[in-house]
Design a protein. Structure first.
Length: 280
């Protein structure tokens, strides 16, 4: 799958997505653990007090209840928010408040121990706000840290890109690219560029030497052929057919001479450019 977005942007998005998923799972785990611990604590406390409350109720005494705690027996006079509850711990809400409820059945008769959430509810809401705020802060922090880290990570890649685009790196006396990098992925990429540029330099050098040598080697034979043709043409005893053939050879020699001079000029031009660039 090919991506059209820059590498730095893809790394940043991946970093933020990873942080978001991890922070979200961590926040969800915290909230689930808080609710589970709260349920266990409230259930244990209600179960500890329930037997004494039932004893007082069966003996016709008013049960001893903590502040904000209510006790209901049966379904008569039962508030609407306590109806249709399952046995065990329940958390219900009314129009004004929310409650922790422990519902138990004794001899098919339901009993309800109800406690209004006051400070505990406020603390729970504050804790939820803190967890949510921590989640968003972690995402923002990951964005800032991601930008800072990506700048440091991408910097060698950008520097290598600028060096590869620099045409002076094709010169024979240019320092190797890998000399300024550690032996990591970017350094190995720079070494690969050095090997490729080295092979290209050798190919260009062989081409230049071949062109120069061939041009020099052909100049002397061409001069001999050209001089011989001129001497033959100057003789009067040649017939027209022979004179035309010699003239054709002379013209072909001049064309080859011009081509050799062009090759030699190109070879000297490459050497001159390299020398001038090395001097600057």
């Amino acid at each position: 799958m090919e991506f059209k977005s820059p590498l730095s942007q893809r790394i940043l998005i991946s970093f933020i997505l990873l942080t978001t998923v991890v922070s979200g799972l961590f926040s969800f785990g915290i909230m689930a653990a808080i609710n589970l611990v709260k349920e266990d604590l409230v259930t244990a406390e209600f179960n500890r007090k329930f037997p004494d409350i039932l004893v007082d109720y069966e003996r016709g005494r008013t049960p001893k209840l903590d502040l904000g705690t209510q006790f209901y027996s049966g379904t008569e006079g039962l508030p609407y928010y306590l109806q249709d509850l399952e046995p065990g711990f329940n958390e219900v809400k009314s129009e004004q408040s929310s409650f922790h409820v422990l519902m138990r059945k004794e001899q098919e008769r339901p009993f309800y121990l109800v406690r209004e959430q006051t400070n505990s509810g406020q603390h729970e809401n504050l804790l939820q706000i803190t967890v949510i705020a921590g989640f968003f802060l972690s995402v923002i922090a990951s964005l800032i840290l991601g930008i800072m880290m990506i700048r440091r990570i991408i910097a060698p890649v950008k520097r290598l890109t600028d060096q590869v685009h620099n045409r002076e790196k094709l010169l024979l006396d240019a320092p190797p690219l890998s000399s300024g990098y550690t032996n990591d992925e970017v350094g190995r990429l720079a070494q690969a560029f050095d090997r490729t540029i080295g092979m290209l330099q050798e190919s260009l050098l062989r081409e230049s030497l071949f062109t120069s040598d061939v041009s020099h080697e052909l100049r002397t034979p061409l001069m001999v052929i050209k001089s011989s043709c001129e001497l033959l043409i100057a003789k009067d005893q040649l017939d027209n057919y022979t004179r035309q053939r010699i003239d054709t050879i002379n013209k072909a020699t001049r064309e080859i001479q011009e081509l050799v001079d062009a090759f030699l000029t190109l070879a000297r031009g490459k050497d001159t450019e390299q020398e001038s660039a090395s001097l600057t």
